[in-house]
Write a protein that binds this ligand. Structure first.
Ligand SMILES: *Cc1c(COP(=O)(O)O)cnc(C)c1O
Length: 335
């Protein structure tokens, strides 16, 4: 088997075939209310309806399917507490590959159980994410496990890019795609695919205004570190890696704009999706709607909004639905 690491429309089309059967083709739902208030058609791409509740299943399915037989034998490892960990666990079980997720002792029991329920072995080690990562590194070095990175990898990016194929296949008239942005795997795949199919399309990234690593890196002209602070969009936290190989360059070339949102704006996006569309989303999943509601992004034609995930603390979301204040560290947030 040849291991090619190209990333182009062809490899993304190939990924669409590869991930079918593990990831699902999600609905592109018309938002009647949003379309009426904005004055142009707004389409919601419901990645919340993936089996693990987030799009990351696409990248994980593509990366794991492409492992060589001897790599599958060794098993995979990652140390994400969030949607990447769930995606790797789910895809590994479907493909009959052993998966180990390394977590610190600080990770709450409920998150540990969610990953164990998906069939992965959880290894608990140390008191920080860094110590968990060291254990993952050790499993790679000493046992030959294969590390599955969350975003900076061409197979992961190609998997996420299959979202753009589905959008433009159904609605070729769409001329803007609004994409939640953290490490940039999602927006990179979408930008590569969408701009190859339709060069005039605009790709807009959306992050929270505190700790937006890709935005800060693009401004600095190189990958930089940012402080991580609590956010309603917790799945958008974390760095892009000072050694970033793929997503920084792709974002630099293909992303037209990056919009930053306050916690209040994210709160209102989550609330609008829950109360007006009947959709459960996590903060990171609601930022595209939040960006349009905030008026910070100017769109004139039909737009697709990536609703990226629904793995939210349900008590927090219900409080937002009741318009109650939310405590984030020292910050109190209300819509
Ligand atoms: C991971 C994630 C993102 C951001 O994806 P990147 O590829 O890191 O930019 C957005 N929304 C949700 C729900 C996620 O889990």
């Amino acid at each position: 088997m040849t291991v090619s690491h190209e990333l182009d429309l062809l490899s993304i089309r190939a990924a669409a075939v590869t991930v079918a059967g593990i990831a699902v083709r999600t609905p592109l739902m018309s938002s009647v209310r949003l379309s009426a208030s904005l004055g142009y058609p707004a389409w919601l791409k419901l990645e919340t309806l993936q089996p693990i509740g987030a799009f990351k299943i696409r990248g994980a399915a593509n990366a794991l399917t492409h492992l060589a037989p001897e790599q599958r034998e060794k098993g995979v490892v990652c140390c994400s507490t969030g949607n990447h960990g769930r995606a790797v666990a789910y895809a590994a079980r479907r493909l009959g590959i052993a998966a180990t997720v390394c977590l610190s002792h600080l990770v709450p029991e409920t998150k540990v159980r969610a990953i164990e329920e998906l069939g992965a072995t959880v290894r608990r080690i140390g008191k920080s994410q860094d110590e968990a990562q060291l254990e993952a590194d050790r499993l790679v070095a000493e046992e030959g496990r294969i590390d599955i990175p969350p975003f900076d990898n061409p197979r992961i990016i190609a998997g996420q890019g299959t979202i753009a194929l589905e959008i433009l296949d159904e609605r070729p008239e769409i001329d803007t795609i609004l994409v939640p942005l953290s490490g940039g795997g999602l927006i990179s795949g979408i930008a590569v695919a969408a701009k190859a199919i339709k060069p005039s399309i605009r790709i807009i990234g959306i992050s929270m205004d505190r700790g937006a690593a890709m935005h800060a890196s693009l401004a600095a002209g190189k990958p930089v570190e940012v402080d991580e602070v609590p956010s309603l969009a917790d799945s958008l936290g974390g760095g892009i890696g000072l050694n970033n190989q793929w997503t920084f360059d792709i974002c630099n070339r293909l992303v037209d704009d990056v919009i930053l949102l306050t916690e209040e704006e994210i709160y209102r996006g989550m609330r609008a999706l829950l109360m007006e569309e009947g959709l459960v989303t996590e903060g990171g999943g609601a930022v595209a709607v939040a960006a349009l509601l905030s008026g910070k992004v100017k769109v004139s034609g039909p737009a697709a909004l990536i609703i990226s995930g629904r793995n939210v603390d349900m008590r927090q979301l219900l409080a937002i639905g009741r318009n109650e204040p939310i405590q984030l560290g020292s910050l109190t947030v209300q819509g």
